[in-house]
Design a protein around this ligand. Structure first.
Ligand code: FDP
Length: 382
């Protein structure tokens, strides 16, 4: 059995040597028992995430169970993070560590915890050849003592972390790729990691809010699962999510207005202008936590924007990270019928050059994101 210590870390290093499917039998029976329990008390009838992942796997004849195992372990890590986030304020986990990360931001204690939990839980399972985290400058190798697999996990362990101390929703974002090279001398090549987002085999996020929700896609639509705390399972709560073609919300940090170029300002002015036939003015909603802003707009429709700004006039750039934020959410939104752009073209088609590269991001309902592209290419609607 997997034994969890107080801090959520695996205590049995032998786990990696066990065959994947002996663990599976346990997982399925665990899941079914919990499902029964949920049904019995009549408060949580529903399919569990584990059942859902297994059902998706059944659709793919060549599946080996490796991916299912990987996703399941990530879910366990998220449950541990969720538990810790819920304790924030009660234990000494709020606040900054005093360090500055690779993105030049203050590192929060919960950032460090979430990052460590994901790495330590994922590195031993034998399905990954490497990981990349927003919090770690270099790629994260799988230590020699553990078996290697063919998947690559890129993640933002705790997105929106400047909101932790004020009890605003935060989240974990992930994208999973398959190793493309058949190199055997090394575990992976840099090109295996720097793949465009279109190559993701799965992507999603966990949002730690009024409840903890997981939203994910493997390219067959998007589904959302809510953590049922007393049962300890994610139950299907948002089946086949579709983002409205057109929304009524725009989300952007308008405090940056003075740093935007003219086209960006014109775009935001457009959403605020009065015009009944096109449903304007839109409502403004901005939490300042990407997962929370994205999740709201995914369900309600609208556009989230983090435009390039001229804070450094020699280097106009967006703030958000292509590989660990924009790409996973771009896959989710595409699978839900929406669109993500850097203002010029699809986020998912950008060829990355660096694990930590930043991009402008326009994401949400198709109509609004296409409007953004039109403005940013100088073609403003009349
Ligand atoms: P944070 O810095 O709190 O981690 O990923 C970075 C991010 O949050 C996003 O979650 C959020 O959308 C954005 O930055 C907020 O940035 P601003 O404070 O500049 O609006």
């Amino acid at each position: 059995m997997v034994e969890e210590s107080g801090n959520g870390l695996i205590q049995t290093p032998t786990l990696a040597k066990r065959p994947v499917f002996s663990n599976w039998a346990n997982l399925i029976s665990l899941s079914l028992n919990r499902h029964k329990e949920a049904t019995m008390d009549n408060r949580g009838v529903g399919i569990t995430i584990t059942q859902h992942v297994l059902m998706e796997e059944e659709q793919s004849p060549e599946a080996t169970g490796a991916f299912t195992y990987l996703l399941n372990e990530l879910i366990v890590a998220a449950k541990v993070i969720s538990r810790e986030v819920n304790k924030a304020g009660l234990v000494d986990i709020l606040g900054s560590t005093g360090d500055i990360n690779i993105q030049q931001e203050r590192v929060q204690k919960l950032d460090v915890f979430a990052n460590r939990i994901i790495i330590e839980r994922m590195q031993h399972i034998g399905q990954l050849c490497c990981m990349g985290s927003e919090e770690v400058a270099e790629l994260i190798d799988v230590p020699d003592q553990y078996p290697k697999g063919n998947y690559i996990l890129l993640f933002d362990p705790l997105d929106g972390s400047s909101n932790i101390d004020v009890n605003v929703s935060i989240g974990t974002i992930f994208g999973i790729y398959r190793k493309e090279s058949d190199e055997t001398d090394v575990d992976f090549l840099l090109s295996d990691v720097l793949q465009p987002g279109i190559k993701q085999v799965a992507a999603g996020y966990f949002i730690y809010g009024s409840s903890t929700i997981m939203v994910y896609t493997t390219g067959n639509g998007v589904n959302g699962f809510t953590l049922y705390p007393s049962v300890g399972e994610f139950l299907l709560s948002h089946e086949n999510i579709r983002i409205p073609e057109k929304g009524k919300i725009y989300s952007v940090n308008e405090g940056n207005y003075q740093y935007w170029d003219e086209d960006t300002r014109a775009l935001v002015d457009y959403f605020k202008a009065k015009d009944k036939p096109t449903g304007r003015p839109y409502s403004s909603r901005y939490v300042g936590s990407l997962v929370a802003d994205f999740h709201r707009n995914l369900l309600k429709g609208g556009i989230f924007m983090y435009p390039a700004d001229l804070k450094d006039p020699n280097k106009p750039t967006g703030k958000l990270r292509l590989m660990v934020e924009a790409n996973p959410l771009a896959m989710v939104v595409r699978e839900a019928g929406g669109y993500a752009s850097d203002g010029k073209g699809p986020i998912l088609e950008i060829q990355p050059t660096d694990l930590h590269q930043r991009v402008p991001l326009y994401i949400g309902s198709k109509e609004e994101v296409e409007t953004a592209e039109a403005f940013l290419s100088g073609k403003r609607p009349t």
